[in-house]
Design a protein around this ligand. Structure first.
Ligand code: FAD
Length: 369
């Protein structure tokens, strides 16, 4: 691990301390922690130094993401959204938009990414939020659900229809017509500030619209989601590492039937399986990040594969951890209980397990022609 990544990991360790379970219970990370993580460029660490960022490659950012994933999936969720938005600005914004917005994302501001709507979940073609030109301004009208980081956000990257195509627009949360409504009591990642967002004919300067208008929705969404999938996958690798550590520690020390749990072969099997899950998830993540860093055309598929594998393994691994810790891990406030709830949500976001399977099957069929 190079010095920049090690320093970034240390900064996050210090920021989180032993607070993750308390934040989870309260459903809120202190504003000062979120702002500080943003101000140090930790929430979108692939942004280059010319915009105040750390300029990490995907592999190093992955290690950083796994580290925060092992500590606090709620903060990791904010990191995923911020990185996804930053990547969308880098990819579709013009030079002036990059100069305007990226330093804000490495300088203390928080951004959420809003695709989902009541009728547009897995199938984003159901998006009804409308972005339309109005003279030299732009108007946005619609409603979004489950926007991660919405309650912390200064800005939202809102995906909507635009003429015959689609567009992304950066909406300040204090603009007239924007209403952010906290989503109460999510099952996991409880401190990630999920929110529903109502956009009532919000009028904004045209400079908030990224890269013009009327682009294909699939291109816009796939670009953002590829970053998001890789980030979630690395986060899952972090969940697995935390579960493996907690489980081995417990199994070495807890004695039942006259010997440590680890010496009971049925318990040792859980340790072996967790260790395999940890390694497999990491290898898939590293392979996808290598594709990203090389600019390989396989990046999209590898990101789907990494997210699919890592999320499934995290769900299985967290369940094993709770099983081995038993009553010790079966209570809110224990990291493996939190991991168990957080991991399940990773099978839903950025393309569910089923949508990932469909995409992987499509890829397999293309390969077999
Ligand atoms: P649905 O699309 O209704 O799917 C329901 C079930 O049917 C799923 O199991 C799905 O896999 C399955 N299914 C659907 N279609 C098919 C098919 N063709 N074949 C097989 N199975 C299928 N959205 C945002 O825009 N921004 C965010 O920041 C964000 N953060 C989130 C954070 C969390 C913790 C969660 C839980 C959700 C978040 N979402 C966010 C919303 C998320 O993107 C959607 O929940 C996700 O896309 C799935 O949509 P849905 O919940 O409407 O499920």
């Amino acid at each position: 691990m190079d010095d920049t990544v090690a320093a970034a990991c240390a900064a996050l360790t210090e920021l989180v301390g032993d607070q993750a379970d308390e934040w989870d219970r309260q459903g809120r990370i202190p504003e000062s922690v979120v702002r500080e993580a943003s101000r140090r460029g930790l929430l979108c660490a692939q942004v280059g130094s010319e915009y105040g960022g750390l300029g990490l490659n995907s592999r190093d950012n992955g290690e950083l993401t796994a580290h925060i994933g092992s500590l606090c999936s709620s903060l990791r969720s904010l990191m995923t959204s911020q990185g996804m938005a930053a990547w969308t600005i880098q990819r579709f914004g013009n030079a002036e938009q990059r100069r305007t917005f990226l330093p804000r994302l490495t300088g203390g501001a928080v951004i959420g990414v809003a695709f989902s709507e009541a009728e547009a979940g897995s199938d984003l073609s159901g998006i009804r939020t409308e972005i339309r030109r109005d003279g030299d301004a732009v108007r946005v009208h619609g409603s979004k659900i489950w926007t991660t980081g919405g309650t912390y956000a200064d800005l939202l990257a809102v995906f909507g229809t635009c003429g015959d195509g689609a567009a992304v627009i950066l909406v300040p949360t204090d603009a007239p017509g924007v209403r952010v409504e906290r989503l109460p009591d999510p099952m996991g990642c409880r401190a990630a500030g999920h929110a529903d967002v109502h956009l009532d004919d919000v009028r904004l300067p045209a400079g908030q619209l990224l890269g013009g208008a009327g682009m294909p929705l699939a291109m816009l969404a796939t670009s953002a989601l590829t970053y998001g999938r890789l980030s979630v996958a690395w986060g899952c690798a972090g969940i697995l590492r935390a579960c493996l550590d907690a489980t081995t520690r417990h199994a070495k020390h807890r004695v039942q039937f006259g010997k440590p749990l680890a010496e009971h072969q049925l318990v040792a099997r859980y340790l072996a399986e967790l260790s395999v899950s940890d390694q497999v998830a990491r290898l898939c993540c590293a392979s996808a990040s290598a594709c990203w860093d090389e600019g390989s055309p396989q990046t999209g598929t590898q990101a789907v594969l990494a997210k699919y594998v890592a999320a499934k393994e995290a769900v299985k691994g967290a369940a094993s951890a709770v099983q081995v810790l038993a009553s010790r891990g079966a209570q809110d406030g224990h990291p493996v209980a939190r991991a168990y709830r957080d991991a399940k949500l990773m099978e839903i976001i950025e393309g569910s397990t089923e949508i990932s399977q469909l995409l992987l099957a499509e890829h397999a069929l293309l390969g077999s022609i």
